[in-house]
Design a protein around this ligand. Structure first.
Ligand SMILES: Nc1ncnc2c1ncn2[C@@H]1O[C@H](COP(=O)(O)OP(=O)(O)O)[C@@H](O)[C@H]1O
Ligand SMILES: [Mg+2]
Length: 233
């Protein structure tokens, strides 16, 4: 989506304190480990706020801050990419103000309707561009992290678990990074299998189902690296 720098400044007056008053409502309630997702509108521009400031103190200050920092870095690296919402600002290191994508999430969407072939071609291109920028999303297997915009195009959100190629340069971490990139690709196949199983090639199906010994080793290494990156704060 095009980034209106203009839009960005419309949220200058938004703070954690005035957020409940200014909000148009809660899009998703928070939980012990989940941020509250608010919807806001300022001078005609819409945003969602992913807010960890209302979580319990330990989670808020340790995990919340860390996740917001990582997600912010990911959005900065992906700035300007169509299919990734714009980051308008971060409030007190605890909440991200993001461009609202008029959309529906892919969670259970296949029960209502099947997404067209073009959607998946665009999703593949989008994920390819993300990888070209040296980022792996790492949580694409969760369908709610992919949105189908009202314009019919794919959008990817929720970058807190993403990994950059830069931080995984040293062997054997470079192999783990490659694995994360493949995981993103596998996630597309998984979504495609739900919506258009007939269009998944045999090769992709086999790739998706294959679990060799080397594969198991690299998966274990990947899970170890992910836990380390997500939990070591
Ligand atoms: N930029 C956005 N535009 C529209 N909806 C969004 C946006 N960001 C989040 N959402 C909605 O909020 C939900 C939770 O956001 P997400 O970033 O995935 O949080 P969590 O880390 O808790 O999974 C998404 O599944 C989506 O429905
Ligand atoms: Mg999510």
């Amino acid at each position: 989506m095009t980034i209106g720098t203009d839009e960005k400044f419309r949220f200058n007056g938004l703070t954690l304190a005035n957020l409940p008053r200014k909000s148009r409502g809660i899009l998703r309630g928070g939980g012990s480990t989940r941020p509250v997702i608010w919807r806001v509108e300022e001078k005609g521009a819409r945003a969602v706020v992913k807010d960890f400031s209302r979580n319990r103190p330990f989670f808020r200050h340790v995990i919340g801050r860390f996740l917001v920092w990582r997600e912010k870095r990911a959005y900065q690296r992906l700035k300007g990419l169509r299919g990734v919402p714009a980051l308008y600002k971060v409030m007190d290191g605890l909440a991200l103000v993001l461009e609202e994508i008029p959309s529906e999430s892919l969670e259970n969407l296949e029960k209502q309707r099947r997404l067209p072939e073009l959607f998946f071609r665009e999703l593949e291109m989008l994920v390819g561009r993300i990888h070209e920028r040296g980022m792996a999303h790492c949580d694409l297997k969760r369908a709610p992290n992919t949105l189908c915009g009202h314009d019919g195009r794919p959008y990817i959100i929720d970058w807190g678990a993403s990994i950059s190629q830069k931080e995984m340069k040293m062997p054997p971490l470079n192999l783990v990074y490659r694995r994360f990139v493949r995981d993103d690709e596998m996630a597309i196949i998984k979504l495609k299998l739900r919506h258009r199983p007939e269009s998944v090639s045999r090769a992709d199906r086999a790739r998706y189902q294959y679990r060799g010994r080397g594969e198991r080793f690299i998966r274990a290494l990947r899970d170890w690296a992910r836990d380390l990156l997500q939990k070591t704060v």
